[in-house]
Design a protein around this ligand. Structure first.
Ligand code: AP5
Length: 215
């Protein structure tokens, strides 16, 4: 089994590709965004603490997200797709340590390369299934029947509070300031591969598969 990071700005397609890897390879998706949204929805103390920060498009503290990943990795297993984590150099160092404590390592870091102009259209058109997490888009990937999830039949289709143009601008700034240095960090470790994230979903999936199978 393989441990992979999907790295890229908001809307690059990390979640879309992670879900395919779960279906096709039985890998485990660890999305810190999903974990934080679950905490927010549960109304827990931590959820209340992170809600405003997330809705503004800012990063949540390293301590909180590293804690979430630590808990999840402690449950054991192998073959993880890290989706939206790490996002800072501190998180990257912490992930390296956690994996090495488990006798594991990182096999690949896949940078999903996109340009900012495409991201606004992707993010403002996105909606997801609240039941199974399937990801859709108003124009490029609508549901077959309006209002009904293709995968699980749920009617609980929703949009994220941070999927507005204003919050996206903030999320992009956070990405370039705090997350993009990870490209050089993983390049220096010999782990980085780039894929064209602007290509159609199937083409991106084939490129991601090629990187993983080449490891
Ligand atoms: P998170 O949930 O991780 O959001 P994100 O990184 O901003 O990424 P997105 O989920 O928006 O995009 P994606 O790349 O998964 O794209 P998707 O596949 O959905 O984080 C949210 C917030 O949580 C952060 O802002 C922060 O506050 C907090 N947070 C999370 N992790 C954190 C951490 N580690 N540290 C600190 N804070 C953290 O695709 C988008 C749309 O495009 C969809 O509609 C899809 O259908 C479409 N699409 C996808 N691929 C293609 C394609 N190839 N062609 C055409 N359309 C496509």
């Amino acid at each position: 089994m393989t441990n992979v990071i999907l790295l890229g700005p908001p809307g690059a397609g990390k979640g879309t590709q992670a879900k395919r890897l779960v279906e096709e390879r039985g890998m485990v998706q660890l999305s810190t965004g999903d974990m934080l949204r679950d905490a927010k929805a549960s109304g827990s103390e931590m959820g209340r603490k992170v809600a405003e920060v997330m809705d503004r498009g800012e990063l949540v503290t390293d301590e909180i997200v590293i804690g979430l990943i630590r808990e999840r990795l402690a449950e054991g297993g192998k073959g993880y797709i890290f989706d939206g984590f790490p996002r800072t150099l501190k998180q990257a160092d912490a992930l390296g340590e956690l994996l090495s404590q488990m006798g594991q390592g990182l096999d690949a870091v896949i940078e999903m390369q996109v340009d900012d102009a495409a991201l606004v259209a992707r993010i403002t058109g996105r909606f997801t299934c609240g039941n199974c997490g399937a990801v859709y888009h108003d124009r490029t990937h609508p549901t077959k029947v309006a209002g009904v999830c293709d995968v699980c039949g749920s009617h609980d289709l929703k949009r994220r509070a941070d999927d507005t143009e204003d919050a996206l601008r903030f999320r992009l700034m956070e990405y370039y300031k705090k997350t993009s240095p990870l490209v050089g960090y993983y390049y220096a470790k010999g782990k980085l591969s780039g894929v064209d994230g602007l290509a159609p979903v199937e083409t991106v999936a084939a490129a991601v598969a090629k990187v993983i199978d080449g490891k």
